[in-house]
Design a protein around this ligand. Structure first.
Ligand code: NAD
Ligand code: ZN
Ligand code: ZN
Length: 376
């Protein structure tokens, strides 16, 4: 079939993106679902900071690629052998699935699956297929999802069935922002009632960590952002304190509020400066949970002797260390019960024509999640 999609041919074009137009909005061809594949009509797709980093060239991608790694939509057709989905199912599209049988997958750590990592690197589906072309030229898939398109063909592991009562506009945010932010608290840190946390970066991902920390029963939740406009909503969603990253007394303030430092500091801005502060505000024996991503080649510095003698832990967390079909239904239930106000994170919806200009808004830290509606 033919459809409209956002294709990136080249990384590293300069901002403002409204002028350099790194995402080309084009008609492309999508091959129908083969054996073990599913065709989804994409109803919404969130714009993540990781999309911006890839546009900026911070982390390499195989190009030309149809972008978009979180989405939601309706199954329109299933290929031979697909039994768990049928036409009409509402689904979230996510990147956290694995092959299902390697040692990582069987130990509930599918985000570490080598098969999936290899296919992501090559820009193909996890079954090795490529379903996208334009004028005879093959296009690559983004993380096996490619949701900045009217339709997507993917493998069942990428999809999680959801209740049709969940608005599809909101549902896409569960595919990356929610699963990453909430999972970093529930799966990676495993925050317990009464503990203290600091969240650096109150964007689409970080605010989900704030809401999850509240559900986990954290007694002190300190939100920190460079952009002060992010602080009021953070306080509404669960921060007991919302502080500016520019405050020169930030480290002392956090230590005072928590009698020496937080149990967990979540770095969710991708900034080296935030990582340094996160280490400083973590109590002895506490953990720094690293979620933010900068450039692939970035090296960070820390005082090694202090790490050893204060027994601090650095813990990386990819996609909230999730098992999508275990975790997404739970987070959707929290949303439906009114405990995770994911709808408050949507800054607005957009058509394909606004995609490049809206990369600039995200770049300037002015918005939370902007959601593309590929089919209007
Ligand atoms: N680990 C993963 O699996 C995973 C998944 C999704 C996103 N990410 C990464 O997480 C980060 C956040 O993504 P997002 O979509 O929420 O981005 P976002 O742009 O919505 O939010 C980032 C926030 O960080 C703030 N910030 C920037 N520098 C800061 C500093 N020095 N101190 C405090 N706050 C600062 C910005 O003002 C902004 O509010 C990005 O680096 C993204 O690439 C990682
Ligand atoms: Zn993302
Ligand atoms: Zn696997």
């Amino acid at each position: 079939m033919r459809m409209i999609a956002a294709v990136m041919y080249e990384q590293g074009l300069p901002a403002p993106y409204a002028e350099s137009s790194p995402l080309k909005i084009e008609e492309v061809e999508l091959e129908g679902p083969g054996e073990g594949e599913v065709l989804v009509e994409v109803k919404s797709a969130g714009l993540c900071h990781s999309d911006l980093s890839q546009v900026a060239g911070l982390r390499k991608r195989t190009v030309p690629v149809v972008m978009g790694h979180e989405g939601a939509g309706i199954v329109r057709e299933v290929g031979r052998g697909v039994t768990e989905f049928r036409a009409g199912d509402h689904v979230v599209m996510t990147v956290g699935s694995g092959c299902g049988h390697c040692s990582f997958c069987v130990n509930s750590r599918p985000v570490l699956c080598d098969t999936v990592a290899a296919s992501r690197g090559k820009g193909v589906l996890t079954n090795g297929a490529r379903k996208l072309r334009r004028n005879g030229q093959a296009l690559f898939h983004h993380s096996g999802v490619s949701s900045f398109a009217q339709y997507a063909v993917t493998v069942p592991g990428t999809l999680v069935k959801i209740d049709p009562s969940v608005p599809l506009e909101i549902a896409s945010m569960f595919g990356c922002a929610v699963v990453t932010g909430a999972g970093s608290v529930f799966n990676a840190a495993q925050v317990r009632p009464g503990q203290s946390v600091a969240v650096f970066g109150l964007g689409g991902v970080g605010l989900n960590s704030v809401m999850a920390a509240k559900i986990a029963g954290a007694s002190t939740i300190i939100g920190i952002d460079l952009n002060e406009s992010k602080l009021p909503l953070a306080a509404e969603l669960g921060c007991t304190h919302a502080l500016s990253a520019l405050d020169p007394t930030l480290v002392e303030k956090v230590r005072d509020l928590t009698h020496g430092g937080v149990d967990f500091a979540f770095e969710i801005s991708g900034s080296k400066a935030a990582m340094t502060t996160a280490i400083a505000v973590t109590r002895k024996g506490g953990e720094v949970v690293c979620v933010g991503l900068g450039a692939s080649a970035d090296l960070y510095q820390y005082a090694h002797t202090a790490l050893v003698s204060e027994e601090k832990v650095f813990r990386g967390s990819l996609m909230g260390s999730c098992v999508p079909r275990r975790d997404l239904p739970l987070y959707l239930r929290y949303y439906q019960e009114g405990r995770m106000a994911v709808d408050r994170l949507m800054s607005g919806t957009m058509g394909f024509d606004q995609l490049n200009a809206n990369l600039d808004l995200l770049d300037r830290g002015e918005v939370l999640r902007q959601v593309l509606l590929p089919n209007g």
